[in-house]
Design a protein around this ligand. Structure first.
Ligand code: FAD
Ligand code: NAI
Length: 477
């Protein structure tokens, strides 16, 4: 390893956790390398991880396209816009999605160059611990050996398989296959009514599939505030998503051109469903495949995540881990925050990730977004709280948009009025939630939001009104 390339920081994985950690470390003056194995269709590098290649970005591209299609088919007529002879060009829709992904891949390669980060395309693995650092082997078209004082592991996650039903990406699809179905299936089955099930189920329903979602738990979106989840459930069912809760999945058999799923429904009755495609979205598992964790004695926890403390420190000195491969929500922005914090800690600074103010968004229509505690969590913890809600039905901008579904809900401490949670189901909830995140970071009270001037007409007035409603003084409802 005499010609090993020496770096202050080597980051393994160029998803949102890894590439952001690399950029922040470079900003702080370190020499940085980033290793990522993801390859595009031509075999070239495709940095950005799950998020860019088969996650956040392509799913949002297809959600946007499919929503346009749905509006052209139904919504436009109400505005006096008649679209005659509407047809779907799915090939173009998927091509556009691939183009959006490529723009993001290229953007990250550009950022690496701009920040003088050495990028290595291939699989990175610990080859050993050397004095003052670690040796990382890169296996790929151009094998390499790197030496690092600090290593940041950001190897992400993979879709969890259901026992007996491995992904073939033709009939039984993970998120990757779900984003690349070549023709709209007539009957689409989805196992798991979580974030991916609802987002991908929405895409294909809008494009014409008959979608059935089979969920194991008896409650819909158990982690979401109950009132919001109930409202969302009602809206999704109205849109035509068949959501079956409390299902116990049995045998799954892939035939020549369809998939048969045996399950026991919530009433205990044996059922059989036949689908043209089946998406399995039952959560994700941490990815430490081929990382060489054993070689250096890196500790994993009992669920296979890289074991870390609150500061993302692993069991090894100067080895850090961030994002989906460690505990905590599997969200791109959580991975990024941890990446920044770790780079700053390597520099001796005090990076920080506040787990209480990480926003969640489900990009269905309407969108669902929240931050902080749900009402059921506050009840369980015995916290005295006040609640205020405001429906988009009473918001002028929502009426002009033609999208009045849903509400904003505030939860505030009964005594101090500090905001404890904000929950939204409605148009542009993904953008509206930022105000609540900022407010909670500054430990604002609901009164603070209620007294801030919000532009009229805007959806954000519903946020202000919900804050007013905490004190029972909403003005427009
Ligand atoms: P990843 O993005 O998984 O990146 C890890 C990278 O490391 C990959 O490129 C992988 O190839 C590479 N790698 C792994 N091992 C090695 C190795 N040994 N050597 C070299 N390279 C390696 N989150 C949101 O916040 N918003 C969303 O809207 C959203 N939508 C999603 C939609 C879908 C369909 C899916 C599946 C996920 C979505 N997520 C979303 C979750 C988000 O994608 C993840 O939380 C995020 O990608 C995690 O980032 P990461 O950097 O930890 O890992
Ligand atoms: P998820 O955890 O959101 O949902 C999985 C669902 O499957 C749950 O409702 C669960 O009860 C159900 N389930 C689990 N095992 C089952 C079984 N055997 N039979 C029937 N149902 C079963 O996981 P999902 O949707 O796979 O997404 C993975 C992660 O990716 C999410 O948790 C999220 O962190 C991230 N993601 C984030 C998005 C966003 O931020 N908008 C979008 C998509 C994914």
């Amino acid at each position: 390893t005499s010609n090993a390339k020496q770096f202050d920081v080597v980051v393994i994985g160029a998803g949102p956790g890894g590439y952001i950690a690399a950029i922040r470390a470079a900003q702080l003056g370190f020499s940085v390398a980033c290793v990522d194995e993801w390859a595009n269709a031509q075999g070239g590098p495709a940095p950005g991880g799950t998020c860019t290649n088969v996650g956040c970005i392509p799913s949002k591209a297809l959600l946007q396209s499919s929503e346009h299609f749905e509006h052209a088919g139904h919504g436009f007529a109400e505005h006096g816009i008649d679209v005659a002879g509407l047809t779907l060009n799915l090939g173009q829709m998927l091509k556009r999605k691939d183009g959006v992904v490529k723009q993001n891949n290229d953007g990250i390669l550009y950022l690496f160059k701009k920040n003088k980060i050495a990028f290595f395309h291939g699989r990175g693995a610990f080859a050993g611990a050397a004095e003052g650092g670690y040796t990382i082997g890169v296996a790929g078209a151009k094998p390499d050996t790197l030496k690092a004082k600090h290593v940041v592991i950001a190897t992400g996650s993979n879709a969890r398989e259901l026992a007996g039903a491995p992904f073939d990406e033709k009939l039984i699809l993970s998120n990757a296959g779900a984003l690349a179905i070549g023709a709209v299936p007539k009957r689409l089955g989805v196992i798991g009514a979580g974030v991916i099930g609802l987002e991908m189920g929405s895409v294909w329903r809008r494009l014409g599939a008959e979608v059935t979602v089979l969920e194991g738990l008896p409650v819909f979106l158990g982690a979401v505030d109950e009132q919001i989840a109930k409202e969302a459930h009602k809206l999704f069912v109205k849109q035509g998503l068949a959501i079956k809760l409390g299902c116990k999945i049995g045998a799954i058999k892939a035939g020549a051109a369809d998939v048969t799923v045996d399950y026991v429904d919530a009433d205990g009755a044996a059922q059989q469903a036949v689908f043209d495609k089946l998406i399995i979205s039952i959560g994700r598992v941490p990815n430490t495949t081929g990382l060489g964790a054993d070689t250096v004695g890196l500790k994993l926890d009992e669920r296979g995540f890289v074991a870390v403390d609150d500061d993302c420190k692993t069991s090894l000195p100067n080895v850090w881990a961030v994002g989906d491969v460690v505990r905590g929500p599997m969200l791109a922005h959580k991975a990024e925050e941890e990446g920044v914090a770790v780079a700053e800690r390597i520099a001796g600074q005090h990076g920080h990730t506040n787990f209480n103010t990480i926003p969640w968004v489900i990009y269905t229509s309407p969108e669902i977004a929240w931050v902080g505690q749900t009402e059921q969590q506050l009840k369980a913890a015995g916290v005295a709280y006040k609640a205020g809600t405001f429906p988009f039905l009473a918001n002028g901008r929502a009426r002009a948009l033609g999208d009045t579904s849903g509400m904003v809900k505030f939860l505030a401490d009964a005594t101090s009025d500090e905001i404890l949670g904000v929950h939204i189901v409605g148009p542009m909830a993904s953008e509206l939630i930022s105000e609540a995140v900022v407010a909670m970071e500054f430990r604002a009270s609901s009164e603070d939001i209620a007294r801030i001037c919000h532009a009229h007409p805007s959806l954000s007035e519903a946020t202000k009104e919900a804050a007013l409603a905490v004190d029972k003084r909403a003005l427009n409802f």
